[in-house]
Design a protein around this ligand. Structure first.
Ligand SMILES: [Zn+2]
Length: 80
């Protein structure tokens, strides 16, 4: 998994606004609910996020085609 991921944030949990191209960093010790975080551009408080990766079978199928595919399935933002 990449150490940094750029994501558009909708309805930020910290300030309620939308943010474009926020750079999320991987947590040193990811937990079950969060794998990445970024400071909110408005108030610098942490936005917590989990990256859901494609399952191994899908990734393997894509790699055989030689096409470059995203390994990331979706992002889940914490409301905490
Ligand atoms: Zn924010």
């Amino acid at each position: 998994m990449k150490a940094e991921i750029t994501v558009d944030v909708k309805q930020c949990a910290r300030c309620g606004k939308d943010h474009e191209k926020v750079v999320f960093k991987k947590l040193t010790q990811p937990g079950p609910r969060h794998s990445h975080w970024a400071p909110c551009p408005t108030n610098q408080e942490p936005i917590m996020m989990r990256v859901v990766e494609m399952d191994t079978a899908q990734t393997k199928a894509d790699s055989t085609t030689g096409a470059e595919r995203l390994e990331i399935k979706s992002f889940v933002f914490s409301k905490e």
